[in-house]
Design a protein around this ligand. Sequence first.
Ligand code: S3P
Length: 184
Amino acid sequence: MTPPERHLFLIGFRGCGKSTVARLLAERTGVRAIDTDRRIVENAGMSIREIFERQGESSFRDLETAAIAELTDELPAIVALGGGAILREENREMLRRLGIVVRLVASPETLAERIARDAASTSDRPPLTSLPPVEEVRRLVAEREPLYRESADVTIDAEAGTPERIVATILAEPLVRRLFGHRP
Ligand code: S3P
């Protein structure tokens, strides 16, 4: 595969599989994977939950915007973004400019179930509302839907199937094939 000149961004709500899919896509394409949440945590020396608790959500969002801006100098990569990365117009504009955006979609019930199963990451992630978990997912997915939709160049059903299957579906998308230098 020809190394692309733009990033491939993965967006979607928590639990949709962005990090796993990014890792597998990197293995399949030879393009490195970057996880913006992981970078923010490494740079800050604390978990996202601690950043929210000590500095507030807007500080975290500033770090997230800075992490996306840094990607300008790191083309090409497969980038797993945090679930709220599409909230700021500034971020959405950078995604449009720097690459193609693949959105992974699953139902709120499936997302909530996966989040509940991922106990380690749950302890490192802040609650985003005071609602019970499934309600929180339902509410935020509904609120963010227009922004996810506006941002996505390609939307992939990640409700069922193995991560390998989802990766194969992404790589078969014409826009993604073109990114890696294949004729559509
Ligand atoms: C957030 C999602 C998290 C992380 C932060 C905020 C959100 O990323 O960036 O806790 O607002 O949806 P993941 O989607 O990787 O869990």
